[in-house]
Design a protein around this ligand. Structure first.
Ligand code: ADP
Ligand code: MG
Length: 691
């Protein structure tokens, strides 16, 4: 239940003065539906203090200049703006005014007068200009221009200044909340109280206040991280309280493992040991196995499934696409069947009698392992005794889908697998409610993929080379660029590339893209996997886990537009066999410094975890979009890079709190309840969005 003290913050935005039916939808779009969301609008604050020279004006920036009024240029027709030409010793600028009061401008700012002007600089075909300066004052009254000014997001019809008045009102409504921070930690970090921190955020007093590392900004970030960590830790604790079947490590599993033509890596051994420890403790397991494509996650899961079968239980392994499900089936069916463990493949393709027979085997318990797609959690699929659900590429499934599968048994253990390495510092925020095993060691004997960056101007050489290796029987992926925001033109570019390559290389060029129906996509992928196509042109949809050992070449167009993690995953699709493999990163010169660094890192290492860490460093937390794609939550105050050390602290704090006060009954516990409600993390969020 929401504590009463928070009611004013959870009131609709219409409860703010001046927010009527016209403004409300705009404000809701900018901030959110309630007063809290307006309060949490984070300004980006600027320094207006020192005037710059006109020569140093930069397009799109808010700047201040000291100028002389040169000339008023009256509009010839009333639809045109009023323009004022101004200058300083370094250059000129045009001020532009629309509206009917423009004619008063000449009296207020006569030619020859000196003025301090401040506003957003524009630079277009009409030259350098400023439309409606925010300030235009006599240099003697410079103090009328604030030194620092928080700038809020704005929208058509709702200017930033107006938004600011709403924020200030929301701030006025913000109650003094009980302190939820540990007193010693708060003192050590010099954190102000919550309300004080918000006041400082919305009314910075010095340039130092603008830093995300200032005490108030760190406090707000820590609050947000703690609320999230607490929500995840509580969910984890709740799950732990659910008793689940104890499953013993089995001889059968050891035999299955012993039959493999290779030995487990140390990391695989550790992952299996983690799972077995979870199996043994009688609590429900929720464990994520994180490791690069090809690091050997599936065979670890296979041994866990053998343990379950040995104890008389059943397992389900679910993959997002039919082709992946089929590959998993091919990997595990042989080794398991050899020891009497029944395995079936269940996909959308199964119909009629064969399907009925498969279902009967699962319902009776005769079949111990089901591998499949979404077909696994359909209503008519019943298990005799489902004890383990293994979910591959778990971010491709929604929470509800995973739960539907788990609901087919009682307290079903969960092993999720992900091929997206997350930097260790962020693991807690992305997977805080799971236990994580990292497979950070590659099976031996893999040849590293030779990686080269090649400017687009030399694409003909790449095509010629491709033609000759394809003639010798090699297969290649060709990843098409993200041309635009629009799927349609991305598709057009991919189609053009496929046609081009067909012309240069011959038939045997296939195309997959995001707009294709899943079945058609699977069909093309399968043709490629079976070697009937030599080149697969794809927008970025190529299934992460698809195993085509014969594919040795990966060409990525406009590689500079992809994030490091994405490039790494794409490259991971080659180099899976024993042959030499190559990855060609085609780029449009000139490369930015960051793009250059990205490509360099990729050339130097193929360890997904190292790449993930470097990626985070290079982004510096700035590229929130890329991080969101890897499952990082959309925080308001916390920055994944700048506040990374706070993440670990918040995780420890949350665990300690719950260990001491699991029901949050103490005084601090109750304050923490207020914090939780204030941020209101939706249950299930981490698993759903995690990638
Ligand atoms: P992932 O699921 O992590 O993508 P898989 O379990 O599918 O990886 O393994 C990829 C390939 O590597 C499979 O062909 C598998 O048999 C093989 N493999 C797995 N573990 C090892 C190992 N320790 N040594 C050699 N090959 C391995
Ligand atoms: Mg896999």
């Amino acid at each position: 239940m929401r504590p009463e003290i928070l009611f004013p913050l959870f009131a609709p935005v219409t409860s703010l003065k001046g927010v009527g039916p016209r403004v409300a939808p705009m404000l809701e779009r900018l901030a959110g539906p309630i007063v809290r969301d307006v309060l949490f609008l984070k300004p980006h604050s600027i320094v207006r203090r020192t005037p710059a020279t006109l020569a140093s004006a930069r397009d799109g920036e808010v700047m201040t200049f000291e100028v002389v009024i040169e000339q008023h240029q009256k509009p010839r027709v009333s639809s045109q703006p009023w323009r004022i030409r101004v200058s300083d010793p370094t250059g000129f600028m045009t001020l532009v005014f629309f509206g009917r009061f423009a004619d008063q401008l000449e009296t207020r700012h006569p030619a020859g007068a000196r003025r301090l002007i401040s506003g957003k600089v524009g630079d277009d075909k009409f030259g350098r200009q400023m439309v409606h300066p925010d300030y235009m004052v006599d240099p003697d009254k410079a103090e009328e221009i604030p030194e620092l000014e928080p700038i809020y997001p704005a929208t058509e019809g709702l200017p930033a200044r107006r938004v600011r008045t709403f924020v200030l009102e929301a701030l006025e409504r913000a109650p003094m909340l009980p302190e939820w921070q540990d007193a010693a930690w708060k003192a050590r970090e010099h954190f102000p109280a919550w309300r004080e921190a918000l006041e400082r955020l919305h009314a910075p007093e010095s340039e130092a206040d603008l830093s995300p590392l200032s005490a108030h900004a760190r406090r707000l970030a820590y609050d947000e991280l703690l609320a999230h960590q607490l929500a995840m830790a509580m969910r984890k604790a709740e799950r732990r309280r659910e008793p689940a079947a104890k499953i013993a490590a089995s001889e059968v599993a050891e035999k299955v493992r012993g039959d493999l033509p290779f030995r487990f890596t140390g990391a695989q051994d550790r992952a299996l040991a983690d799972i077995r420890a979870d199996f043994a403790d009688g609590e429900r397991m929720s464990r994520l196995i994180q490791g690069d494509v090809g690091s050997g996650k599936t065979v670890v899961a296979m041994c866990a499934m053998a343990d379950v079968a040995a104890g008389g239980g059943q397992s389900a392994l679910m993959a997002p696409t039919e082709i992946l499900a089929r590959q998993h089936f091919d990997t595990i069916a042989g080794p398991l069947l050899a020891h009497g463990i029944g395995v079936v493949l269940l996909t959308g393709r199964d119909k009629g009698k064969p399907r009925a027979e498969k279902l009967a085997g699962l319902a009776s318990g005769e079949t111990q392992v089901a591998v499949g797609t979404h077909a696994l959690f359909q209503d008519d699929v019943a298990f005799h005794r489902l004890q383990l659900a293994v979910i591959d590429e778990q971010h491709r499934f929604g929470v509800a889908e995973r739960q539907r599968l788990q609901a087919k048994g009682e307290a079903v253990h969960l092993v999720a697998m992900s091929a997206t390495p997350i930097p260790r510092t962020l693991e807690l925020t992305v997977y805080g409610d799971l236990d994580v095993s990292r497979i950070d060691e590659k099976p031996p004997g893999r040849t590293p993929v030779a990686t080269r960056a090649v400017p687009m101007g030399r694409i003909a050489e790449v095509e010629a080379r491709l033609r000759s290796v394809v003639a010798e029987g090699a297969q290649a992926f060709w990843i098409c660029p993200l041309v635009s925001e629009s799927e349609v033109s991305d598709l057009a570019a991919a189609e053009r590339r496929a046609a081009d390559l067909t012309e240069r290389i011959g038939p045997g060029v296939g195309l997959v893209h995001g707009k294709m129906p899943a079945a058609a996509k699977d069909a093309v992928m399968a043709e490629f996997a079976e070697g009937r196509l030599s080149v697969l042109v794809a927008t970025t949809v190529v299934e992460v886990g698809v195993n085509v050992p014969n594919a040795t070449i990966m060409v990525i167009e406009q590689a500079e537009r992809f994030g490091l993690a994405q490039l790494h995953q794409l490259r991971g699709r080659v180099g899976r066999g024993r042959q030499e493999s190559a990855c060609v990163l085609l780029y449009d010169p000139p490369l930015s410094e960051t793009a250059q660094k990205r490509l360099d890192i990729l050339r130097r290492t193929d360890d997904g975890f190292v790449i993930a860490e470097k990626d985070l460093e290079l982004r510096g937390g700035g590229d929130a979009l890329g991080l969101r794609q890897s499952g990082f939550p959309d925080y308001v105050f916390a920055d994944p890079f700048l506040h990374r050390e706070l993440i670990a602290a918040a995780g420890d704090d949350a665990r300690l709190i719950l260990a001491r006060d699991p029901e949050l009954k103490s005084e601090r516990g109750q304050a923490l309840n207020v914090l939780s409600e204030l941020f209101d993390w939706k249950a299930g969020m981490a698993l759903k969005d995690a990638g």
